[in-house]
Design a protein around this ligand. Structure first.
Ligand code: 5GP
Ligand code: ZN
Length: 114
């Protein structure tokens, strides 16, 4: 998608502080971190929202979750704890319509979120 900011990060047209990458996924630090550690994991393929995943994406969805574990360990928040979030569409406050999983930690995170 030519006008998608995360596709531009995948294409290296916009810089990002990359944490982890493989053929299908890219993880990078959120530009406006809401916690000491705040990383976004995205599929390299443009998928707008969680609700746009299909049964064919089972492997990708599983990889996305396991990548969160990898990011949490790499950023040293796995043991104390961390939160993963996928906002889907307007009521959840999704701002960027390219599927992404937030990995947040490094401080106590309140529950429930607002
Ligand atoms: P959402 O609200 O859609 O779940 O989260 C989008 C996230 O993307 C926000 O936390 C926002 O700070 C982050 N973000 C938006 N634009 C950029 C960007 O250009 N680079 C990076 N690294 N993060 C971005
Ligand atoms: Zn995209």
């Amino acid at each position: 998608m030519s006008d998608c900011i995360f596709c531009k990060i995948v294409a290296a047209e916009i810089k990002a502080d990359i944490v982890f990458e493989n053929e299908r996924l890219l993880a990078f630090h959120d530009v406006r971190p809401r916690a000491p550690v705040h990383v976004l994991i995205i599929p390299k393929r443009h998928i707008a929202t969680l609700d746009d995943l299909s049964g064919d994406d089972c492997l990708l969805a599983g990889e996305l979750v396991l990548a969160a574990q990898k990011v949490a360990r790499h950023t040293d928040i796995a043991e104390k704890g961390f939160r993963t979030v996928i906002n889907c569409r307007a009521d959840a406050g999704q701002e960027v319509f390219h599927l992404h999983l937030h990995v947040m930690g490094g401080r106590h995170l309140h529950w429930p979120p607002g």
